[in-house]
Ligand binder design. Structure first.
Ligand code: GLU
Length: 417
């Protein structure tokens, strides 16, 4: 599957098909789980700062709510397509099931280049999205959150717009909110932290020392930058390369988190960080490191480059970074992949904690969030690891076996198929 032919939704369906075959899933349950239950396509007129009106397009896909309300982020990206949002909504369904939280899967997106929009334009775009999509959202129906290029501030605007539509405040309709508006302690770094707990368990399974182990991180948004911070803080990883959409930096002696993030805050990118060599996003994936952390976008590791990936453990903080062809190549080579919807489930797990706290309007201390997150991630990790070992399949298929089984059970018990 080369880059041109890449269709993320077909990829998600193929992954499910492989799991259905191993599970000998009932054909009707299988067919139901291959498709989103419903989706909304919206057109959004937005007043721009120069007085003109621009028309944007967006989506919300509700993939499957057999186990609970749909849950999943909203992305602002110029490359957004409905098939991408469908795939991401499917992965959210498996993600919530694999960590065993009572939520289904959804995803939203707006086709836009957020970097070219002013704060006022972003606010008006966010509110316009909720005016159209708000009718299918709600804490009992579908609960969005941040994702690629969306932030706690954007969640706050969306929550506020929804409050105007309803006529009352409903914090639990969206997560990843600022702390001052019903956010949860520990939500900021939750995706990376959950991935780090998985990495710790994977290192145990492989009998591998993490202290001083080299790591490379593709992507320096919320997940990638916190992975840098926590990887150093928790395990003493030596992060030798990081990148963002503009390129990467490499220093064999290790990159300092505080200095790199200050440089990015000042210049808008990690590139040109003093004392480092520049490196492309492609080359970063092929570095001779122990730990590789794809934390950017889908389709980073595919059949074109998988055989050149040298890392021992791949910590998938991005959604969909590895194609099915690459999965097989990596498995045959003996790389240990911590699959995306397990590895990055820390974000939605703390989102779920946020919904719970909003529901009883009583807020937990950060240490409580960390402890509960650690428990969820650790037991999900071993459920997946053991399923993969037992069925002699790669870890992604192991994760699918655990997750699909749980969703299929809910579908059957409801009498849907
Ligand atoms: N966007 C994140 C994800 O892909 C978080 C979703 C959520 O918190 O609902 O997992």
């Amino acid at each position: 599957m080369n880059k041109k032919a890449f269709n993320p939704f077909e990829m998600a369906q193929r992954q499910l098909d492989d799991a259905a075959a191993v599970l000998q899933l009932d054909p009707a349950v299988h067919e139901l789980l291959r498709w989103p239950l419903r989706e909304l396509h919206v057109t959004l007129p937005v007043k721009m700062d120069d007085g003109t009106t621009r028309i944007f397009h967006g989506f919300r896909v509700q993939y499957n709510d057999a186990r609970g309300p749909n849950k999943g982020g909203i992305r602002f990206h110029s490359g957004e397509t409905v098939d991408l949002v469908r795939a991401l909504a499917a992965w959210m369904t498996w993600k919530c099931a694999v960590v065993d939280i009572p939520l289904g899967g959804g995803k939203g997106g707006i086709i836009c280049d957020p970097k070219s929009l002013s704060a006022g334009e972003l606010e008006r775009l966010s509110r316009a999205y909720i005016r159209q999509v708000g009718r299918i959202l709600g804490l009992e129906k579908d609960v969005p959150a941040p994702d690629v290029y969306t932030t706690p501030q954007i969640m706050a605007w969306m929550m506020d717009e929804y409050a105007f539509m309803q006529g009352y405040n409903e914090y639990g309709m969206i997560t990843g909110k600022p702390l001052a508006l019903g956010g949860s302690a520990g939500r900021g770094d939750a995706t990376a932290r959950g991935g780090m707990y998985c990495l710790r368990e994977a290192a145990k399974a492989l009998n591998l020392e993490l202290k001083g182990a080299t790591a490379a991180i593709q992507g320096y948004g919320n997940a990638g930058s916190f992975a840098h911070k926590l990887g150093v803080e928790l395990f003493g990883l030596k992060v030798v390369a990081v990148s963002d959409s503009r390129g990467g930096i490499y220093n064999p002696d290790g990159l300092d988190f505080a200095k790199v993030s200050a440089h990015k805050a000042k210049t808008g990118s990690v590139i040109d960080f003093p004392g480092s060599k520049c490196i492309s996003n492609e080359d970063l994936l092929e570095l001779d490191v122990t730990v590789l952390i794809p934390a950017a976008l889908e389709n980073a590791i595919n059949e074109d480059n998988a055989d050149r990936v040298r890392a021992r453990i791949i910590v998938e903080l991005a959604n969909g970074p590895t194609t099915p062809e690459a999965d097989q190549i990596l498995h045959d080579k003996g790389s240990y992949v911590i699959p995306d919807f397990l590895c990055n489930a820390g974000g939605v797990t703390v989102s779920y904690f946020e919904m719970v706290q909003n529901a009883y309007d009583y807020y937990w201390e950060e240490c409580v969030v960390h402890e509960r997150l650690e428990k969820k991630m650790t037991s999900a990790f071993w459920a997946v690891h053991n399923a993969a070992q037992q069925h002699r399949v790669h870890n992604r298929l192991g994760a699918y076996l655990v997750a699909v089984n749980r969703v299929a059970e809910a579908v059957r018990l409801r009498g849907w198929a």
